[in-house]
Design a protein around this ligand. Structure first.
Ligand code: FAD
Ligand code: PYC
Length: 414
């Protein structure tokens, strides 16, 4: 595949942009592969990419029932940070954040990574203590964060109201190297790089069954027939329980909708990301000028990828005290994605009771930021049978009581 470059743009401009190649191929499935990944979201595509790039396993298919990046990867609010509390989480999220820094160059695709800084507000005394504790933990983990006072919060985000009557801003956990990236571009960049390595990305094809023989995976049943494989990676977020059932085991996952909305575009007024976890809302400004706003997860299980009016009202009501300017904004659109939640709000990257069948899920409300690190770890686990980054996230932790409690760092009310 030809590299993207300033020279390529100039060349194509001179010939009316008629010479661009398709970014990825859409091949018919082969009879079998060394590895199949189910789910062409960010995590599935990143897994395939690092299988090829790091481990030289390139006879790989990524099977997607819809279009690539059409799940949560294309529905999220793109916040990237690694300010988690537990060591295992900090390690994988920091690996991901650092890979994001050079991902555009690595993939030769502009993912528009914007390290604009992320702050998590402290609006109660309890939160002040909580975020100070996280800042200390991060210092030990080698993750750069700091606890900042209200004056610095106001300097970094002038539109904020520090003196709300219910929840004044008492400080914030600040990660200067956190930020955002263009979510579709992350999926598209990985897809293009996978296709370039000769991998097959098979869209509009649903996996409907998992074939096993003697306790070992042998292939998948799909809406386009049976496809054989030596190794299978299940990376389907909110549908993980459905796929696990096909493979004959159960996962401790609940599926709920998480919603977000964007306003009409306005002039640049906010160049950091702010999360206000006490009131359950967060906001950033997109490159187009829209205010990107999200709230808490729905309180009931469902598989409907839609937003709801009452959620929009609840989220805006929660944020308007801290950001009075949003009271006069018009909303452009709102939507929902089905997130996969575990009991300790940490992911599962694991072997399963079926030999050579692996699962990566449970990223819940916070998996966009993890995509490169998660794909890196999952690929290592599939290729070598072990991965130090993934070790703590085995599904056996729920049986053994080794929880990795990140319900606060997840930053979104559940
Ligand atoms: P997905 O992108 O959902 O990919 C899974 C794919 O599997 C889908 O494309 C689906 O079609 C496919 N699939 C399912 N079943 C089958 C089948 N039977 N056969 C074939 N394919 C199948 N995270 C952050 O870090 N920061 C944020 O700011 C953030 N904001 C969010 C805001 C919202 C509104 C939502 C919904 C989520 C947010 N998240 C955020 C979470 C993040 O989006 C997810 O954790 C992450 O995108 C999950 O990626 P994935 O690749 O695992 O899943
Ligand atoms: O995990 O940072 C996060 C997040 C923000 C919004 C949804 N998830």
């Amino acid at each position: 595949m030809r590299r993207y470059s300033a020279f390529a743009i100039a060349r194509e401009a001179a010939r009316h942009h008629l010479g661009w190649e398709r970014a990825w191929k859409s091949p018919a499935p082969k009879a079998s592969y060394d590895a199949i990944i189910v789910g062409a979201g960010g995590h599935g595509l990143a897994t395939a990419y690092y299988l090829g790039k790091v481990h030289g396993i390139r006879n790989v298919a990524v099977i997607e029932k819809g279009w690539l990046g059409g799940g949560n990867t294309g529905r999220n609010t793109t916040i990237i940070r690694s300010n988690y509390l537990q060591d295992a989480s900090a390690a994988i999220f920091e690996k991901a954040r650092s890979l994001y820094e050079t991902l555009s160059q690595d993939l030769n695709y502009n993912i528009m990574f914007s390290p604009r800084g992320v702050m998590m507000l402290a609006q109660t005394e309890h939160e002040v203590r909580g975020w100070q504790r996280t800042a200390h933990a991060n210092a030990l983990q080698g993750v750069e964060t700091e606890f900042i006072g209200p004056r610095r919060v106001k300097e970094l985000c002038p539109i904020i109201n520090l003196d709300g009557p219910r929840y004044p801003v008492l400080g914030a956990l600040w990660q200067a190297r956190g930020g955002t990236a263009r979510h579709d571009a992350v999926a598209w960049g990985y897809a293009r790089a996978c296709s370039d390595m000769g991998m097959d990305i098979i869209q509009l094809t649903e996996v409907t069954g998992v074939r096993r023989e003697g306790g070992r995976v042998t292939g998948v049943e799909t809406t386009r027939g049976v496809i054989g494989c030596n190794k299978l990676g299940i990376v389907v977020a909110g549908h993980s329980g459905v796929l696990a059932e096909m493979a004959g085991f159960r996962l401790p996952i609940e599926s709920v909708a998480l919603q977000a909305l964007v306003s009409e575009p306005i002039k640049p007024c906010m160049d950091v990301v702010v999360m206000a976890n006490t009131v359950h809302g967060y906001m950033s400004q997109s490159d187009k000028g829209e205010m990107v706003i999200g709230g808490g997860a729905d309180g009931y299980n469902n598989y409907t990828q839609r937003g709801s009016f009452q959620h929009v009202e609840e989220t805006v009501r929660a944020l308007v005290e801290t950001f009075p300017i949003i009271s006069r904004l018009k909303m452009l659109r709102w939507w929902g994605g089905i997130v996969d939640m575990t009991g300790d709000r940490s992911p599962i990257i694991s072997k399963t009771p079926v030999e050579n069948c692996f699962v990566n899920c449970g990223w819940g409300t916070g998996g966009f930021k993890a995509i490169p690190g998660s794909g890196y770890a999952m690929a290592e686990l599939m290729a070598k049978g072990h991965s130090s980054l993934a070790e703590e996230f085995s599904m056996t932790r729920f049986r053994e009581g080794r929880f990795i409690d990140e319900s606060v760092a997840a930053g979104v009310a559940h």
